[in-house]
Design a protein around this ligand. Structure first.
Ligand code: FES
Length: 173
């Protein structure tokens, strides 16, 4: 088994295919100050930064794994755990905040039994609170991202958000 993409839930326990990362490392491994760029591109490819990915980047760049891990944990943009099939990006920007984003977050957390940054046990949903999604007139807003694209939902209410999540779950049934 190989794990390449964000849908992989192996957590880095399977032998990993690094071929997609090779061009990135060819270009940036020896360029000083490129670690964040490499980590961003690795996360785009694999969905998260597994121990195997960090070790592989370490071998290519000569930067110690502990230092890479330190950088990856310092910046909120990096994920060290696999994400769910559906990444819920819940806007906590100002317009959404004043229009009830906290209440929407509560509804998502209750309905899926996860907190911000966590993934449901079935691996379907990950919740990430984010800053402004750029459609404040629709506040409160959330976006659901998959490997195939993204969908934005506005004017959310508790009931609406639960119905949306149920629809996604129903697609998997
Ligand atoms: S503050 Fe939520 S979309 Fe702008």
């Amino acid at each position: 088994m190989t794990c390449k993409k964000s849908e992989c839930q192996c957590g880095g326990n399977a032998a990993q295919d690094f071929s997609e990362l090779a061009p990135v490392l060819d270009k940036y491994a020896k360029v000083p100050g490129s670690l964040i760029t490499i980590l961003q591109k690795a996360q785009d490819i694999y969905g998260f930064l597994s121990i195997d990915v960090i070790n592989h980047i370490s071998e290519a760049t000569g930067i110690k794994p502990a230092k890479i891990y330190g950088v990856a944990t310092f910046y909120a943009q990096f994920r060290l755990q696999p994400i769910g099939k559906y990444l819920i990006m819940l806007c906590k920007g100002t317009a959404c905040h004043v229009n009830g984003a906290d209440m929407i977050e509560e509804a998502v957390c209750e309905h899926l039994n996860i907190q911000d940054g966590e993934t449901t046990e079935d691996g379907l949903f990950t919740l990430n609170n984010v800053a402004c999604l750029g459609c404040c007139s629709l506040a409160p807003v959330m976006m659901i991202k998959t490997n195939d694209g993204e969908e934005t939902f506005g004017n959310l209410t508790k009931d609406k958000v639960k119905a949306i999540l149920d629809d996604y779950r129903a697609k998997e049934a």
